[in-house]
Design a binder for this molecule. Structure first.
Ligand code: PLP
Length: 379
């Protein structure tokens, strides 16, 4: 099978990640932070070492700014609901995932959807600046769109937020491990990561990096500290780590970061973008294929590409590819905003998202299958 749905989750986990998960199950089966005996302390120390790796990989100010959550969606909910608990206004991009838009909607706070540009990052940044009001508390922008692959100018938006004294949340679900993100250098207050995607680790764990205070908790329970008090502190990291952590997955995250660091994020990105450009160039030649973005220039786009074939539903195309042994996602990619922007709320899009573990031969085969389908539709 040719797996081209890495924006949903990375299809092939490196052997070292699988080994790290196995090692944890064999050697650290104690509840970290819930006991004073050696095995529980070893488990806590193992988690701390991964906090250190995450902190240094994303340029956080301390490992204690890193919390592990059930997934990126939880991390985003913690920030939006915790920060907005006292009201205020939110400015959010027009390419956000429902993991952002649904919690924003749920807060009942006033929000502005900021128009972004595929071709001019200065316009995007200026639009964010224009949207910030006196009562704006939070600016939210994805690092990379999960539908169009557009890399957002988060560094520039971060500068605006710092100048205006507004908190900045970056949804790093698609960007983490794919493009460089540095919390300190980019003035990011909150970064949420879906580690099962770009960090090549298991599903079921996400990361919250919080450089600024989140005044309120969202999920309360046992977190190994202040156990005799009923009110839970919202201090990082334990304030956002209620309940038992998934230590095997956390070890997998550490191994995923090591794997990427060893090869180099730039080298991985380069290969992924060569495959993505190949798809774009070849699909653009087909008369009935619709592409939604300009050519995916490096540094402006990440390896995520949406297309359609005229008068077909994206799910039918994805189904045809599946019958030919190719896994891509059709339909709506949990992003009402992006489909609204692309005018695809009727048919969705077919999304191709290669990883550097895909080969050019797989890309060629896939393009040929799309060509065959296109010809078949015309005959
Ligand atoms: N944000 C974006 C841009 C995503 O693409 C996704 C997942 O597809 C999420 C958030 C949510 O990630 P998770 O499902 O790991 O919580």
């Amino acid at each position: 099978m040719i797996y081209l749905d890495n924006a949903a989750t990375s299809g092939k986990k490196p052997e070292s990640v699988i080994k790290a998960v196995n090692y944890a199950l064999n050697n650290f089966s104690a509840n970290a932070g819930r006991g004073g005996y050696k095995l529980a302390v070893d488990a806590s120390n193992a988690i701390y070492r991964v906090r250190e790796k995450v902190s240094s990989f994303f340029g956080a100010s301390s490992p204690l700014k890193v919390a592990f959550c059930p997934n990126c969606t939880h991390a985003i909910n913690y920030v939006i609901k915790g920060v907005m608990s006292n009201g205020g206004h939110i400015a959010v991009s027009d390419l956000e995932h429902n993991a952002v838009m649904r919690p924003v909607y749920k807060t009942n706070c006033d929000y502005t959807v900021v128009e972004t540009s595929f071709t001019d990052d200065k316009i995007t940044t200026q639009n964010f600046e224009n949207a910030i009001r006196e009562d704006t508390r939070l600016v939210i922008c994805t690092a990379v769109s999960n539908v169009t692959g557009k890399i957002m100018p988060i560094r520039e938006i971060g500068e605006v937020c710092k100048r205006k004294g507004v908190l900045f949340l970056v949804d790093g679900a698609q960007g983490g491990g794919v493009v460089p993100i540095n919390v300190g250098k980019y003035n990011i207050d909150f970064l949420c990561i879906a580690s099962h995607k770009g960090l090549l680790s298991p599903m079921g764990t996400g990361i919250l990096i919080a450089e600024s205070d989140i005044p309120d908790t969202v999920i309360e329970g046992g977190n190994g500290i202040n156990s005799l008090e009923l009110k839970q502190d919202s201090e990082m990291p334990e304030g956002f780590e209620s309940g038992t952590l998934c230590l095997p997955n956390i070890m997998g995250i550490g191994a995923g970061i090591d794997f990427i660091s060893k090869i180099g994020i730039e080298e991985i990105y380069e290969k992924e973008m060569n495959i993505t450009s190949f798809f774009y160039e070849n699909l653009a030649e087909l008369k009935d294929v619709i592409l939604y973005t300009p050519y995916p220039e490096k540094l402006s786009f990440a390896p995520v590409l949406s297309f359609n074939i005229k008068e077909k539903h994206s799910e039918e195309i994805a189904e045809y590819l599946d019958k030919n042994g190719i896994a891509v996602r059709g339909g709506f990619h949990c992003s009402y905003s992006a489909h609204n922007k692309l005018n695809t709320t009727d048919v969705g899009t077919v999304r191709i998202s290669p990883s550097f573990l895909n080969s050019m031969n797989e890309a060629k085969y896939t393009v040929n299958v799309v060509k065959k389908y296109n010809l078949f539709l015309k005959s």
